[in-house]
Design a protein around this ligand. Structure first.
Ligand code: GLN
Length: 201
């Protein structure tokens, strides 16, 4: 089983490290040929406008859309969540997404004054207590379609109740960055999704 990390921009290295610690072979994906060899893909945090632009330039936009339509498991954190959203609010007019999850996200939603903050988030389906979640100019999910499962909301503070983790079929997204905190539970959850979806090789 191979998991790729979309390596156009953002915290690619941290995701590769978190996956390696979760005992899977993880590799950077920059070219369409590299995409062909992976059973699942992580889209890192970073800047969704840059990732969008580079995905077009590297010829990855349509191949990733197609793999998603064919059922490849994908996990997006922060900018990666934005890249998975069908509709992006406060995006740039030319910003593209992979159109995976039937949801509307708002970029930089928590307010520009509070560039980053930490909060406690309980994730449905992941045991062991709430996540110490780190948000950096993060989006939140404003609307979800019928079969999108809300997995987590901010528990306390001004943003209490905001949706920050979702799953739709083989697609998983969090507005926060588990790759930065050493808590491997989201990566392990995703690895299990890929294992269940991957053809036996
Ligand atoms: N604000 C960024 C964007 O719009 C996301 C920030 C992040 O990934 N930490 O893409």
């Amino acid at each position: 089983m191979n998991i790729g990390v979309l390596a156009l921009q953002g915290d690619v290295r941290e995701h590769l490290a978190a996956l390696a610690e979760s005992d899977v072979l993880a590799r950077p994906v920059r070219r369409p040929e590299e995409l062909d060899g992976v059973d699942g893909l992580v889209i890192p945090g970073g800047e969704s406008t840059a990732i969008s632009k580079l995905a077009v330039a590297f010829g990855l936009l349509d191949p990733i859309r197609k793999r998603i339509a064919d059922g490849m498991p994908v996990y997006g954190s922060c900018a990666g969540m934005i890249m998975l959203a069908r509709t992006v609010l406060d995006g740039r007019p030319d910003q593209e997404s992979f159109h995976g999850i039937d949801m509307t996200v708002r970029r930089n939603a928590f307010g520009r004054q509070v560039d980053s903050f930490e909060a406690s988030v309980e994730i449905d389906g992941i045991e062991g207590g709430p996540f110490h979640a780190v948000f950096i100019r993060a989006p939140w999910v404003e609307e979800t379609g019928g079969d999108v499962r809300v997995l987590g909301r901010v528990a306390e503070g001004a943003a209490a109740g905001r949706i920050v983790a979702v799953r739709q079929g083989n697609l998983l997204a969090t507005a926060f960055h588990p790759e930065l905190t050493g808590d491997l539970r989201v990566h392990r959850y995703f690895v299990e999704m890929v294992r269940q979806a991957a053809p036996v090789r």
